[in-house]
Design a protein around this ligand. Sequence first.
Ligand code: ATP
Ligand code: MG
Length: 482
Amino acid sequence: MDVELTHPIYDIVGQVADEMGIDAYAVGGVVRDYFLQRPCSDIDIVCVGSGIALAKEVALRIDPHKEVHVFHNFGTAQFTYLYNNVEWEIEFVGARRESYQRDSRKPIVEDGTLQDDQNRRDFTINAMAVCLNSSRRGELVDPFGGIIDLDRGVIRTPLDPAVTFSDDPLRMLRAIRFASQLHFVILPECFQAIQNNAERIKIISMERISSELNKILLSERPSEGLLLLYKSKLLSYFFPELENLKGVETRGGLSHKDNFYHTLEVVDNVARKSDDLWLRWAALLHDIGKPATKRFDEKLGWTFHGHEVKGAKMVGRIFRRLRLPLDAKMKYVEKLVMLHLRPIVIADDVVTDSAVRRLLFEAGDDIDDLMLLCEADITSKQEAKKKRFRENYKLVRQKLVEIEEKDRIRNFQPPVSGLDIMQTFGLGPCHEVGVIKDAIKDAILDGTIPNNRDAAWQMMLTLANNMGLKQVDSKSDDSIIM
Ligand code: ATP
Ligand code: MG
């Protein structure tokens, strides 16, 4: 079969390899993605010889000043290449044979043939190579039937799966990630080998684990990968909190829903509407506090009171362990977990202006994401209940727009600041300032005073008067009480 790879780098590599008298191939993901017609922006080149020497020579042809990153300990070299407004990562490696020791995923490496190099690759669909030399340009080298597996939608290792997964346990996560991204099936003996080797995931760094987990979350239906993580037992080694959501308990004939499956459904619902990784994380964690707050109440049945507060508190610990960013992205996930019941509560009751104003104030610019999460959270099997919630949501959404137009709460800044209060009454930072500030904020959110400076100022004066505070000349410093 002739494969027509069109990127200009292939012509240059082919020409240079001819001149150097070595064989060079495009290999791995780039060949797979060519057949799947998936976009791809990293190209792997393998040559039977020195990958570093080939990379340097190719770079020289493109631009004598091109920066080449050489990794001597891996025998690889890499540079970037701008084409069609995309920054392509071009990586070169010499064909090699690998052997592994039990306690590490770092192999002992020797020079090898193309076949040796294909043997060390993780899956048949990732082990295909396309020759770039002019005499064999476009020739597909596919020793394990990768093309057939692509067609059948199958993930399979080139060699014995038990050895492949034990050698480098990261491959277990990669198998699940590809299954999720491509909607492929992991062959049963391959999956069995993952289950048998799951414990070996312990030698993999959290950064690599979360990078695969994020790719699963970003796939079209994340539940496919998440379910495989659970079934393979891998989940229990790096994300026990998610695994703990699994299970149904029944008492007095009353059962609660299985929160693991519910969570998967919510993540898929969100994924249908948004590509945002952190919103998907919020969906994944929205009920994470449920196991810790589960109670059985004789009158109410199963309850999970406060699970949103508990869940929000767990976010930081989970992000830290998984080496996810601890910046604004984590805060965003915490906030959505914390607030995820609020629109439901409002929608379940009479939709009051004041409840909507408070929700707007607390969610700020994340209100649309919060509403999306909450609608995704409706997974009831009872159609009538679902319909009622959806209709009430419509009402909440309508109210949100009306109130935002009227009161501009979304980026609410109190019209009277703490500094205003301190300067007017000659106070330092103290309890009274907080009380006045909060009372003004509450009055605006409750709609008892309008959201403007005059009304807020009047209220400040009244409150201060009731508290026995006296106005001072703002230029005098003598009267400041600390
Ligand atoms: P993506 O780029 O979407 O993450 P990919 O398959 O291209 O997928 P890369 O990490 O770019 O993954 O790796 C390129 C190729 O290197 C793979 O297609 C595979 O042949 C090989 N490879 C990568 N990681 C491993 C591994 N852990 N074990 C064996 N082979 C691997
Ligand atoms: Mg790749």
